[in-house]
Design a protein around this ligand. Structure first.
Ligand code: CAA
Ligand code: NAD
Length: 302
C-alpha cells in the first residue's frame, strides 16, 4: 500500500509542465482543463492565427466553467479565468515547446503519417524524461509510438468532447509502457479532475469501440427506413437514458471524424460487420454536411 501511494504522489507532483500539440476542438479543451487545475501549459499550433482562435475558445469555455463554479462569487470567477489563461502559453515551434515538458499530448489530425512525422521530430527534441501521449480516437497507440525510441514512456490519453464537461479519461498502455509512466499518466488524469479507466491498445479502446458501431447501426436504421432520426433519438434518450440520441451525437461528433474512424477500421478489419461504413454518411461528407460544425448533418442547425 505504501509503495503504491508513494508512487502515486510522486507521479502527481512529477507532471507540472504539459505541452499540447494541436489546439483544435480537443487540444484546446485539454489545454483548458490542464491550466484550470494549475499546470503550466504550452499549446502548439501551426501558425499564430490558429493559436489566437484556440486561445479565444479556451477563454470562452473557461468563462462557462467559472460561471458554474463561482455562481455566487463572480469576482472569484474572473480571477479563476485570468489565472488559468495566464498558465497557457502559445507557441509555433515544437523544439521550444518541449524543452521543459514533463508530458506531451498530441491532438493533431487523425492521420498516421502526420502523427509519425510529428513524433519522430518530438523524440529528437524532447528531454529523456518527457512522457509522450496521443489523444487518438481510433489509431493504434503502439503503431504511433513505433517511430520513437521511448515506447516505455508512451501511452494513450483519450479525452472526450466537450473536454471540460466529460468526466472520463481513457488511459491506454502498450506492452512497453513502464509502470512508472502508466502511474504518472493515471495520477495526472486524476489531477486534471477526470475519472480514469484503462484498457489495452485495441481499436476504439472502450468508449469508441462501443459508441461508433452503435451510432452506425442507428444510421443503418434510418437508411432502412425503420424509424426517423427524431424518433430514434427520442427513444434512446427517454428509453435508455442517454443525454443525446445516436443521430444527434453523430451530428455532434462530426461525420468526417466518424467516417474516417470507420473507414480506417474497415480497411484493417474487413471481416468485422460492425465496422462497415454507412453510405449515407459518406454522402453527407461529400456534400460538406458534417453536422453541427457546418450547420447541417442529419438535422439542420442553420
Ligand atoms: N466548455 C465548458 N462548458 C461546456 C462546454 C464546453 N465546451 N460545453 C457545454 N458546457 C457546459 C454548459 O455551459 C452547461 O453548463 P450548465 O449546466 O451550467 O448550464 C453544461 O455543459 C451543459 O451544456 P448545455 O446546457 O449546453 O447542453 P446539455 O445539457 O445538452 O449538455 C452535453 C451538453 C454535455 C454535450 C451533453 O449533451 C452530453 O453529454 N452529450 C453527449 C456527449 C458525448 O457523448 N461525448 C462523447 C463523444 S465521443 C468522443 O468524444 C470520443 C471520440 O474519440 C470521437
Ligand atoms: P481538430 O481538427 O479540431 O484539431 C486539430 C488541430 O491540430 C488543428 O487546429 C490543426 O491546425 C492542428 N495541427 C495539425 N497538424 C499539426 C502539427 N503538425 N502541429 C501542430 N498542430 C497541428 O481535431 P480534433 O477533433 O481536435 O481531433 C484531434 C485528435 O483528437 C485526433 O487524433 C482525434 O481523433 C482525437 N479525438 C477527437 C475527438 C472528437 O470528438 N473530435 C474526441 C477524442 C479524440
Amino acid at each position: 500500500i505504501l509503495k503504491s501511494s508513494l508512487s502515486t504522489s510522486t507521479a502527481r507532483s512529477a507532471i507540472k509542465n504539459v505541452t499540447i500539440i494541436g489546439g483544435g476542438l480537443m487540444g484546446s479543451g485539454i489545454a483548458q482543463v490542464a491550466a484550470q487545475t494549475g499546470h503550466n501549459v504550452t499549446l502548439v499550433e501551426l501558425n499564430a492565427d490558429i493559436l489566437k482562435k484556440a486561445e479565444a475558445s479556451i477563454g470562452n469555455n473557461l468563462g462557462r466553467v467559472a460561471k458554474k463554479m463561482f455562481k455566487d462569487n463572480p469576482s472569484e470567477g474572473e480571477k479563476f479565468v485570468a489565472e488559468a489563461k495566464k498558465r497557457v502559453k502559445g507557441c509555433t515551434d515544437t523544439k521550444e515547446a518541449v524543452q521543459d515538458a514533463d508530458l506531451v499530448i498530441e491532438a493533431i489530425v487523425e492521420k498516421m503519417e502526420i502523427k509519425h512525422k510529428l513524433f519522430k521530430t518530438l523524440d529528437e527534441q524532447a528531454p529523456q524524461k518527457t512522457i509522450f501521449a496521443s489523444n487518438t480516437s481510433s489509431l493504434s497507440i503502439g503503431e504511433i509510438a513505433s517511430v520513437t525510441g521511448r515506447k516505455d514512456r508512451f501511452g494513450g490519453l483519450h479525452f472526450f468532447n466537450p473536454v471540460p464537461v466529460m468526466k472520463l479519461l481513457e488511459v491506454v498502455r502498450i506492452p512497453e509502457t513502464s509502470d512508472e509512466t502508466f502511474n504518472a499518466m493515471m495520477a495526472w488524469g486524476k489531477a486534471v479532475g477526470k475519472t480514469c479507466v484503462t484498457c489495452k491498445d485495441t481499436p476504439g479502446f472502450i468508449v469508441n469501440r462501443l459508441l461508433v458501431p452503435y451510432i452506425a447501426e442507428a444510421i443503418r436504421m434510418v437508411e432502412r427506413g425503420d424509424a426517423t432520426p427524431r424518433d430514434i433519438d427520442i427513444a434512446m434518450k427517454l428509453g435508455a437514458g442517454y443525454p443525446m440520441g445516436p443521430i444527434e451525437l453523430a451530428d455532434y461528433v462530426g461525420h468526417d471524424t466518424s467516417n474516417s474512424i470507420m473507414q480506417g477500421w474497415f480497411k484493417k478489419y474487413p471481416e468485422n460487420p460492425l465496422f462497415k461504413p454507412n453510405d449515407s454518411v459518406e454522402k453527407l461528407v461529400k456534400e460538406g454536411k458534417l453536422g453541427v460544425k457546418t450547420g447541417e448533418g442529419f438535422y439542420n442547425y442553420k
